[in-house]
Design a protein around this ligand. Structure first.
Ligand code: MN
Length: 135
């Protein structure tokens, strides 16, 4: 996959299922993103203590604290509120997207997703060359 994307845009993938995590990581790395990963809400909190990703890809179905609750928490943190969060749900129920957006998510993808679909959703939020466009 070809990409003119500026290397260095970091996406934090939050996904408890290892196979799904590997799939998302592969797609995003081929799309030119740098990837960080977390499998639980606690791992996300730890990560955010020392880093600020450009975008968070958030699995809604997590063990323990779910992705919608975690999204609300992140969006309530003043330093983190502007990080775009794209929700990922396994079973596309009619109101999944509505619930995700109500929790503060900026985008939405349902599993199983096609690689292009995921990359398009992220590019729509981040833009093709956000780093170069930034001041
Ligand atoms: Mn899950």
């Amino acid at each position: 996959m070809e990409s003119s994307r500026t290397p260095g845009q970091v996406v934090l993938i939050v996904e408890d299922n290892s196979a799904n995590l590997l799939l998302a990581r592969t797609v995003l790395e081929r799309g030119g993103y740098s990837v960080a990963t977390a499998q639980t809400a606690d791992e996300v909190r730890r990560y955010l203590q020392s880093a600020t990703p450009d975008l968070i890809l958030m699995d809604i179905g997590l063990p323990g604290q779910d992705g919608l609750s975690l999204t609300r928490e992140i969006k309530s943190m003043s330093q983190m509120a502007t990080i775009p969060i794209v929700a990922v749900t396994a079973h596309a129920m009619a109101n999944d997207e509505q619930r995700a957006r109500a929790a503060g998510c900026d985008g939405y993808v349902s599993k199983p997703f096609r690689a292009r679909q995921l990359l398009d959703e992220l590019a729509a939020i981040l833009g093709p060359d956000r780093d170069q466009a930034a001041v």
